[in-house]
Design a protein around this ligand. Structure first.
Ligand code: UDP
Length: 418
């Protein structure tokens, strides 16, 4: 059943909105909501589901990125699982909302709550954070057809880019995500603080630490240059491809690949398989190259510790890479940019929106491994260019991607549906 993550204090005025998503920790949406509820008078609840339900919603996720067979959605059992999981949670909600309340459902996992909430008289916003610039027949079209009843109950849709939206929505708002520069994930850390965190987790010392598992042949040398990618262990992030980039990088350049502990994320069952693929790629590398790759698995059981570790890793990086095959937005890049890091990112989805090639970072074709390596080598060799990109990156994020802007955008959405 729905679990409240963030409740509005009893006795204060009604929340402006209630957000509902699939997980309290792990991934961009929970990161976004964590920041947003600190700035917005809102509630936040998380749905519950079975393994079958999450397999189904992961399939929807892949369809929206054009990475699954749309024909499988003809199997009525899939939509039955989806609806049966959400129906009792929709009823739970319907008993608690009143006419005029606004409920924001995030991503396909929660969209199935829309009919029950609408029937109870509340306004329903669907905020879809994912998508790809692909023809509908490659996957999204099948999702829109299967979820037609749910979409009909939605008053407004919010997406990052127009091409992520279903057709014929009543109202569409384009709202990019945002970060909180003062949050533990992003607040300033001194070089000493960064060094302490990286020593504590064992990356630079080989020490064993609670909450973080580092897989490496040898500790990261203090004077190594670091290329970092932070991601969930998701196929679309191409973590195996990141490891392959080490071949041919200068000898003092190391790759740090950090991800959420894959056993902990209930709505993402592929993490362990992706991590195993990464380890296979590592096995195939020469000993010298293997010693220059460091895997960091961070537990989300203590979100503040996770945030501090990600913050320290991003500040330690010389270049931050995001080699995603598809990306709705890519908060990891926003977080790196607000820290003044130079980024190399795939020319896809929301990464294209954040980075102007040659101005505040470099855009690459993720399928072109040589091209990705060349971009990394170019930035590693040019500290002045890294600084220049980093300064522009930080200024751009502070102008366009802060929580203050997101809160204002949401006020427009709420006014629109009321
Ligand atoms: N993240 C984290 N710890 C990790 C890996 C990722 O806190 O070990 C966070 C990361 O800092 C970012 C979010 O998860 O805030 C990922 O968001 P993004 O939009 O990049 O991708 P998504 O996971 O939503 O596809």
């Amino acid at each position: 059943m729905l679990t409240p993550v963030w409740e509005v204090e009893p006795g204060t005025e009604k929340p402006l909105v209630v957000h509902v998503n699939a997980t309290a920790t792990g991934g961009g949406v929970s990161e976004l909501l964590r920041g947003l509820v600190r700035h917005q008078h809102a509630g936040w609840a998380v749905i519950a589901g079975t393994a079958d339900f999450y397999v189904m919603t992961k399939y929807l996720h892949h369809l929206l990125h054009g990475n699954a067979d749309p024909g499988r959605l003809d199997d009525p059992a899939l939509m039955r699982t989806y609806r049966a999981t959400l129906a009792p949670q929709g009823e739970w909600f319907a008993q608690r909302v009143t006419r005029g309340d606004v409920v924001v459902l995030h991503d396909p996992q929660t969209l199935g709550l829309a009919p029950a909430i609408e029937a109870a008289g509340a306004r329903v916003v669907w905020h879809c954070h994912i998508g790809a610039d692909i023809a509908p027949e490659r996957g999204p079209g099948a999702v829109w057809r299967a979820l037609d009843d749910e979409l009909a109950a939605v008053d407004a849709v919010v997406t990052t880019l127009p091409e992520f939206a279903p057709p014929n929505v009543r109202e569409l708002f384009l709202v990019p995500p945002a970060i909180d520069p003062a949050a533990p994930k992003n607040r300033e850390l001194t070089q000493d603080e960064v060094a302490v965190v990286l020593a504590e987790i064992g990356l630079t010392t080989g020490r064993v630490s609670p909450g973080v598992t580092v897989i490496q042949e040898k500790p990261l040398p203090y004077n190594a240059r670091v290329v970092l990618q932070v991601s969930r262990w998701d196929r679309l992030k191409d973590m195996p491809g990141v490891v392959r980039c080490v071949v041919g990088l200068p000898q003092d350049a190391h790759i740090v690949l950090a991800g959420t502990e894959p056993t902990e994320i209930p709505d993402d069952l592929e993490g362990l398989a992706v991590l195993a693929e990464v380890r296979d790629v590592l096995t195939g590398l020469s000993e010298a190259d293997r010693a220059r790759v460091h895997l960091v698995n961070i537990s989300l059981k203590q979100p503040e510790h996770n945030a501090r570790v990600v913050n320290a890793l991003q500040r330690r990086a010389d270049v931050v890479l995001q080699k995603s095959l598809q990306e709705g937005f890519g908060l990891t890049v926003t977080e790196a940019m607000v820290k003044g890091r130079a980024v190399v990112a795939s020319e896809v989805g929301g990464l294209r929106q954040q980075i102007t090639d040659g101005y505040n970072g470099l855009l690459v074709d993720p399928a072109d491994l040589d091209g990705v390596r060349a971009a990394l080598v170019r930035l590693l060799a040019d500290p002045a260019l890294r600084r220049e990109f980093g300064e522009r990156a930080r200024a751009g994020v502070l102008e366009r991607y802060t929580m203050r802007r997101l809160v204002e955008d949401y006020l427009k959405v709420i006014a629109g549906v009321r």
